[in-house]
Structure formats: structure tokens, C-alpha cells
Design a protein around this ligand. Structure first.
Ligand code: FDA
Length: 501
């Protein structure tokens, strides 16, 4: 195949890739973005871009014959998952032995499927986890810049108190308060004015129609509407979809060649392209970026990469749990899919936990309070290259999730004791009250200051930068995309200062 050339190449179009693309484009540098997923801008025959959560079709998941939603069952019935036709759908579940990792696929990466919560981490914890990222610059410059450019906004407290759509949050808040636990509002990128109009019936419903993990048809400020739209607006950025980067090798005299497979909507490889570039920005997410670097190091194309590549991986202490409420404590048939409140026990030195109050919008009263607890544990996993499959393995044992579950249990045992409530055992399969075998927040594998310099420049590969969640060593204590965006902004400032054009 003919080798194409581009001055700057970005792999992946999630948070890290979108920031890189915008800042390169603004600097006047012609940039190509390779994204393995699809561009989500065309309506299907049903008039929708994304499929409904309650009736998932081929658009829901990445090349599957059946959906694999996080809540496997409800009242022990397999009512949630549906048979589908394989297609480059928007949500993927990457399965390893003791851990499944949910990721978004498509132009916009995780922003297409996530809950939109844009949380600034505690400064102390941030400084402890990422000692190489100067906290002053992050909190004074990069977090504010990330919030602004992502379009972060907050729910109107008066509306929150009065709307039936957040009754589930208010019930959980009351139970937390009774336990002596504080709750805090969580900012979001979902447009709350739009949501209010959804409630009033003057805007098409998305968050109020159960949409989230398979994409939002309205209301959410996903990256394709913020960073990536601005990047394309510079006139210097091109996005190539259904292109999966596979291999990296250096060019004699500087620069790199990336080998990418172009797939069709059946998943078949229809072409293999070689694209050369002067600088390379890796933003394929924690798993994708780490895989590319491990393969390059261990197959010998980039033999000088750090021994730290693959280490420092973690699921951000994610644990899901559900409580059964008393019959008089109804959570409401109507629930918005965008969480806006968290139980905030981060300052508790014995058991710091941030537990977002998650919706479970089934259209029926079910008396369930659902939570995604973000716990802090020192447990970390390792990703290694597996030559036999040419893929990666995650070394993470069920034992490594136990400390997180114990932490979530300590918090919610208190809530249950104080409110005389119990856990639900029918939500996650296997009669379990806690789901600690999947994560929405994969982090690490190319940790800032270890596998890279203090900004994200990859050690042993001059001109290669990492700008995504692979930089964060396994835990950040809150939902991670704001941190990833801010770190990417900081990396791009540095990359462009070192080499302006
Ligand atoms: P991200 O995964 O966003 O982007 C990587 C991109 O690279 C993807 O588009 C992928 O297709 C592409 N790619 C991968 N390998 C490639 C290859 N080899 N070649 C080409 N392209 C490749 N966080 C938060 O802060 N608040 C929240 O409310 C939520 N909620 C939430 C819900 C759900 C269901 C999920 C799955 C996740 C969340 N998250 C979240 C997590 C958040 O979405 C996540 O942390 C970020 O998307 C990670 O950003 P990155 O830039 O690291 O990668």
C-alpha cells in the first residue's frame, strides 16, 4: 500500500485524542486522527442515530451477537440483554479473566456512552497519585480550561428539588443524611436546560428517555460537538473512521510509521494502510494505548520503551451495588439517566469513598437505590503482550477487587443499618450484592512520570506522546474524564511549546 504522510497523527478520538486534535489544528499543524469506531451522525430508519437502551439493536455494541449490559439481570430474569447483529456499535466490553472493561467506540470515544459526570478530583489525592503533574498548574489552568471547553454545567438546585426525574437521588440523599453522610452535587456535560425542556415536553427526550450507555440522541455535549467540532473547524484536522491502528515503527531519520487496518461494518479488514508522521499522539484509551506500546516494545519495533509500560493499571476502585428500599420510599417510575449527586465520604481517613447515586430507569417503580462507588485501593494490575494472540493480557485477580468491595460494603452497611434496609442480590448475576468484576474507568498502563516524562512524552520514543487515561496510575478517586482532559491539555501545551509547528 502507498504510504500516506501527515505531520501529526493522533490515534483515538476520545478525550485525549480530541484535545490533541484541537490544539494541533489550532497551531496550524495538519493532523490526521485514526479512530477504529464509526462516526455517529446519521439517522437510522427509525429516525435515531443511537438505539434506545430498552430496545438495543446492532448499533448498541461493538461486534456482538448479544448485548452485554452491566446489569445482567433484574429479579433474576435475563430481561436486559437482547440478540443483535454484529456491527461496529458504540459500546464495547473487553473481557479479561477477572475484569471486564467497558469502553466507548466511535468518534468521541467514551463521551458517547458515559454518564457525563465531570468531577474535579481532591487536590491532595491528585497530588499523591500524580506527583509529577504540578497540581498548581492543573488546578489554576488546566482543570478550568477542560471544564470550559467540555461545556460542563450544573443542575439548577431548585429544579432538582422539585422534579420527579430526580426523586431517586433525593431518596438516597435522605438515607445518606440519616447515616450522617454528606452528599454533593456533581457537574455534568449534559445540557441541563435541554433536560428541563425534555421534562416540560418542549425538547426531544434523551436523558429522560433512558438513553445513556448506547449513546444519547440529544442533550449531551459529547466530544464530537465540543473539542472535535472545533478541531475540524480549524481546517487542519481530518478524522479517518473504522481505522484500527495496529503497529508502530520508527522511520530512519525521525518520525514514525503507523500500520492501520481499515474495516467495514461487518468487521472485515478491507485495506491495510501505512501512514507516516513526524509526531505521534497516542490516545486509544488505557487499554488501546498500552497495547500499541507493549506490542511495539516486545516485538522489537520500539525496543527502547520503558519497562514501566503495562504497569500501574487499575479500575479506579469501581464497585456497583444496589439497596432495596422500604415500600414507602419510592424512587419513582421516572428517572433521568444523568447522575447529579454523590455520597461524598472522601474526607473519611478510615474509608474514603465517593459513591455516585446512579439511576436505574426501567419505567417501573422498583424501590432500588443503585450506586457506583469509587473506592481507593493500592491494588494495581499489569498488562502484558501475548505473542500467541498478538493481543494483551490483564493480570488482575479476583482478590485484587476485594479491598474495593470491602470499602464499599463498609459504607453501605452503615447506610443499611441506619435505614433498616438491605442489599439487592438480583442485579449482577451470581446472587451477589456487589459487582467488582467490571469497570467503566480503566486507567493506567503508561503512567505519567514513569513510562513517560512529567508531561506525557514517551520515554525511548522521541516525538511520541500519550494524552489519554493510560497516564493515570489506576485510581483518581472520582470519575476520570475531566482529569484525562486536563492532563491532555497540559501535555499539548508542552508538546507545542517544545516544537511549535
Ligand atoms: P477513550 O476510551 O474515551 O477513547 C479512546 C478511543 O480510541 C476510542 O474511541 C476507541 O475506539 C479508539 N481506539 C482504541 N484503540 C484504537 C486503535 N488501535 N486504533 C484506532 N482507534 C482506537 N467518566 C467520567 O468522568 N464521568 C462519567 O460519568 C463516566 N461514565 C462512564 C460510563 C460508561 C458506560 C463508560 C464506559 C465510561 C464512563 N466514564 C465516565 C469513563 C470515561 O468515559 C473514560 O474515562 C474516558 O472516555 C477515557 O478517555 P480516553 O481519552 O482515555 O479514552
Amino acid at each position: 500500500a502507498a504510504a500516506d504522510h501527515t505531520p501529526a497523527l493522533v490515534i483515538g478520538s476520545g478525550y485525549g485524542g480530541a484535545v490533541a486534535a484541537l490544539r494541533l489544528g489550532e497551531a496550524g499543524i495538519p493532523t490526521t486522527v485514526l479512530e477504529m469506531g464509526a462516526l455517529w451522525n446519521r439517522q437510522g430508519p427509525d429516525g435515531r442515530v443511537f438505539c434506545p437502551t430498552t430496545a438495543p439493536d446492532h448499533r448498541s455494541m461493538w461486534f456482538r451477537t448479544r448485548t452485554e449490559a452491566p446489569l445482567a439481570t433484574f429479579l433474576w430474569l435475563d430481561v436486559v440483554n437482547k440478540d443483535i447483529t454484529p456491527y461496529p456499535g458504540v459500546l464495547d466490553r473487553v473481557r479479561f479473566d477477572a475484569m471486564s472493561v467497558y469502553v466507548g467506540r466511535g468518534v468521541g470515544g467514551g463521551s458517547l456512552v458515559n454518564g457525563g459526570m465531570a468531577v474535579t478530583p481532591d487536590r491532595d489525592y491528585f497530588a499523591r497519585v500524580l506527583p509529577h503533574a504540578d497540581a498548581a498548574a492543573m488546578y489554576d489552568t488546566y482543570f478550568p480550561r477542560a471544564r470550559r471547553t467540555l461545556g460542563v454545567n450544573a443542575i439548577d438546585p431548585a429544579w432538582f428539588e422539585s422534579t420527579e426525574w430526580y426523586r431517586f437521588s433525593r431518596i438516597s440523599r435522605a438515607h445518606a443524611a440519616r447515616t450522617g453522610l454528606a452528599t454533593t452535587f456533581v457537574p455534568n456535560v449534559y445540557d441541563f436546560d435541554h433536560m428541563r425542556r425534555e421534562a416540560e415536553g418542549t425538547a426531544p427526550r434523551s436523558a429522560l428517555a433512558g438513553e445513556v450507555i448506547y449513546g444519547n440522541n440529544h442533550g449531551k455535549r459529547t466530544l464530537d460537538r465540543t473539542y472535535l467540532a472545533a478541531a475540524l473547524g480549524t481546517g487542519n484536522v481530518t478524522i479517518e473512521t473504522l481505522h484500527r491502528a495496529r503497529a508502530l515503527r520508527p522511520l530512519p531519520g525521525g518520525g514514525y510509521v503507523v500500520t492501520a487496518d481499515r474495516i467495514d461494518t461487518t468487521g472485515r479488514t478491507v485495506a491495510t494502510r501505512e501512514i507516516s508522521c513526524r509526531r505521534l499522539f497516542l490516545a486509544a484509551g488505557s487499554l488501546g494505548t498500552t497495547e500499541l506500546l507493549l506490542r511495539a516494545r516486545d516485538t522489537g519495533t520500539l525496543p527502547d520503551l520503558s519497562e514501566h509500560i503495562g504497569s500501574g493499571w487499575g479500575p479506579n476502585g469501581n464497585v456497583m451495588t444496589g439497596r432495596a428500599n422500604h415500600l414507602w420510599d419510592t424512587v419513582g417510575e421516572r428517572q433521568s439517566t444523568m447522575p447529579v449527586l454523590g455520597i461524598d465520604d472522601r474526607a473519611n481517613p478510615d474509608n474514603p469513598v465517593f459513591a455516585e447515586i446512579a439511576p436505574l430507569p426501567t419505567g417501573l417503580e422498583h424501590w432500588i437505590s443503585l450506586y457506583l462507588a469509587i473506592t481507593r485501593t493500592p491494588e494495581r494490575g499489569t498488562l502484558t503482550y501475548d505473542a500467541a494472540t498478538d493481543g494483551v493480557r490483564l493480570h488482575w485477580t479476583p482478590d485484587q477487587s476485594r479491598a474495593s468491595t470491602a470499602s464499599a460494603k463498609r459504607l453501605f452497611d452503615r447506610v443499611n443499618a441506619r435505614n433498616a434496609t438491605v442489599y439487592r442480590y438480583d442485579l449482577f448475576g451470581g446472587n451477589r450484592a456487589f459487582a467488582d468484576d467490571f469497570t467503566y474507568h480503566p486507567l493506567g498502563g503508561c503512567v505519567l512520570g514513569l513510562a513517560t516524562d512529567a508531561y506525557g512524552a514517551v520515554r525511548g520514543a522521541p516525538g511520541v506522546w500519550v494524552t489519554d487515561g493510560a497516564l493515570v496510575p489506576g485510581s483518581i478517586g472520582v470519575n476520570p474524564f475531566l482529569t484525562i482532559t486536563a492532563l491532555a491539555e497540559r501535555a499539548m501545551d508542552r508538546a507545542l511549546a517544545e516544537q511549535p509547528s
